[in-house]
Design a protein around this ligand. Sequence first.
Ligand code: ADP
Length: 488
Amino acid sequence: MTVTLDRTPNPDRIALALVNGVRVDAGGDYLRVSDPGTDEAVGWVPWGGADQARAAVDAASAAFGPWRAATPDFRANLLRRLALAMHEHTETLAHTLTREQGKPLTEARSEIAYAASFLDWSAEEGRRVAGEYMTAAASHRRILVMRQPLGVVAAITPWNFPAAMITRKLAPALAVGNTAVLKPAEQSPLTALAIAELACVVGFPPGVINVVTGDPDAIGQSWLSDARVRKLSFTGSTEVGRLLVQRAATHLTRLSLELGGHAPVVVFDDADLEVAVASVMSAKFRNAGQTCVCPNRVYVHRSVHEAFVSRMQSAIARLVVGHGLDAGVNVGPLIDDDAIAKVTEHLDDARARGAVVRTGGHLVQPRPGLARRFCAPTLLEGLTSEMRAAREETFGPVLGVQAFDTEAEAIALANALPYGLAAYAFTRGLDRALRVAEALDFGIVGLNETTVSTAQSAFGGTKLSGWGREGGKWGVEEFLEIKSVTIG
Ligand code: ADP
């Protein structure tokens, strides 16, 4: 992305970083946060670097002892209070989120509720962390297995879910006694700072949550070269994920990596097409297609192909594109000019290789005064494996459909890419559903369902989509160290 730095921004709209419970400046330039739909400045945050990153770790490190020693109930109460505060401030948070990220306000409100659900879930889960006690090889010996927090954990989050990606990482980490340093994405740091501010208000001790903003490379490098940082949880591109893996080698910092995806959908001839269309619609066009689990390629059995495509076409044509704060909007702007360029390239490439555009396929100007960052929701028929849209994450409102004849062919197509985050299948047959779920080489599978990310379930991928899981008890385990104590 291209960052815009200002030396003297509007002082009323600067959101400072939060370290040790105190608002801090970085003493240099400020990063301009823009509304992707209008290009207006929404606010500014400090352009921090290694110094700020280190100060955040100092604070988190100092806060770790007392936070770890506090009871799980104490921590759970604070997490629940934060969840409640987020619900109470939904309108303000959602407004900030829509302004900096672009998604429709209704979706931003849902994201705040979804983000709060990780706090509630982790509050309970953190109270149930337990050890084990067992006999050993010799009769006089016993083994005690403890689960303990890691220490300071770092989180680096993406721009597409500015609230939920924060709590999905921080809630389980904090619930079990870790302290945290966080760097939100340059495009959407204001929501993260607003949540951190609420955390201070509800009584989180200083240093337990620290949020810094600025140069991602310098901040990430500082954390991975600091032995006090015991884990980094990252959501973002595979390219940056690879870099972090290399840098984590210095101190063998544990990593959770939630990277790119390219989700397939398989629609069998016995599927309930209404359910399939409605599910694909909501998962594909949410956040203008800028989610890592959104369907990109749909493989439909030839016998129901036209029925599926025509229903999708009508449903897509009903979507309203516009600024996220405008009434009745379903699809907001894309995040930046690079995103628009990528979608345009994928569309040009698909057309050149013979795809038929059933609806959409072009940029739109929903009303005067908006930036050129809106894309009509698009349905491509005749997708083939050579097309870029079938191989690379488009991250936009573009859906491609390809016909298949056999189950084996559909599974092979679905598994063909190096990504393995989410996949979906629609069928009424129980035997087929289970067979297909087992065969899909993905971390997440939706059967007759595309809502796959919840506080209870395990979210994460295989292959180039990353390591580790977030959510549920698995998300909590990622932030615990196992210690085996042998007693003579
Ligand atoms: P996207 O393409 O979705 O923007 P990125 O992987 O570039 O994905 O960004 C995801 C997160 O990673 C953001 O918070 C971004 O600031 C951060 N990031 C980008 N480059 C680096 C880096 N070199 N080191 C650490 N974090 C980085």
